[in-house]
Design a binder for this molecule. Sequence first.
Ligand code: V47
Length: 398
Amino acid sequence: MSVETIQVADPALRPIAEKVLGGTRLGEADGLTLFRTRDMHGVGRLADFARTRLHGDKVFFNRNRHINYTNVCALSCKFCSFYRKRGEDGAYEMPVEQVISVAKRAHDAGATEVHVVGGLHPWLKFDYYLDMLRGIRVACPELHIKAFTAIEIIHFSRIARLSIAEVLVALREAGLGSLPGGGAEIFDDRVHDEIFKGKVRADRWFDVHRTAHGLGIYSNATMLYGHVETVEERVRHLIKLRDLQDESLARRDAEINRRKDESDVGDASSLPAFFNALIPLSFIPEGSELGHLPGPTGLSDLKTLAITRLMVDNVAHLKAFWIMQGVGLAQLSLGWGCDDLDGTVVWYDITKREGHGTTHQELHVDDLKRLIREAGKTPVERDTLYNEIQRAPAPLLI
Ligand code: V47
């Protein structure tokens, strides 16, 4: 295929198109050119090409349920409208039994995953989190538990006085399946100091994911965009994620080769892991200390998703999280590099859209499939680790 087969109107995009077609990695300057061009459709076509090369016309979704076990948080990040201080109106923490019963209901309704995250609660003990995982594991042994952002893992290591690796091993023994990608925000000290100063810095987020990968625990990664960051900071954030993915994939390959050389038939589940998906999160200003900011526009959402697909060539999946991009834009993004719509979600407390100030935020599986088909793609149900799921058709009612 030649550049002529992907139409780019801006001549500045032609060398980038050559690289994308040839499978050559893009550099920081390419990322900036992509953000600065006015040839929106050219960027979209390039990302759609990269997406199609990886996944054909498949678009993935899952049956999941998010559980936000507490909104009490020791931090006060300016972009966050979720956190409450202890005793404040609306502050809550769910008893372990409640989390387990919500997970059980989700499982009984067909969910394959629970996504469990919360604030950094100042007095809940590490046992609370272990009991939660053990309880879910016992109640629904096949349900995948994707839980706790890197920031929560660091919090647990402080309260339990354990290393990151010890925390992760203890959580895995209790039932943890994988780590979600939250807490990454923008990996930049300037942005950190301006809007999430109390949080650990980027190197600590990377420590957690690097350690998880080394232990064979898969994870995701996010980028929160559309607040005070610049496009240069977005591009550098993406390159940092790409670098860790290179490192994790190299570690996995080295272990595969070592096993081959030593005729070691260790099982695949103990191989080093990597990032499964990237999730660029569109900043929702409402209710946060940054409520005066306009938030990203539709075109900047599409462009950011597309550029993520193009820059991070070594992470297989790119998720449009419909809760944050909105259903309409998430659907459009399937032609702009995204291959995953996340899932049914059901209940989400971290962000709420103006006019939808409720935690009940659910898409039915039929709606997810309809959105994907209407975008010209083929819906594929997946589990958390992107194994495809085949379900038996519903029986005839005769
Ligand atoms: O870490 C907080 C972000 C994240 C706002 O791994 C906000 O599969 C927009 O990480 N506007 C949590 N974003 C969500 C998250 C996630 C979501 C879906 C799938 C996965 C996955 C991970 O939400 C936080 C923070 O970066 N966030 N406030 C806001 N006002």
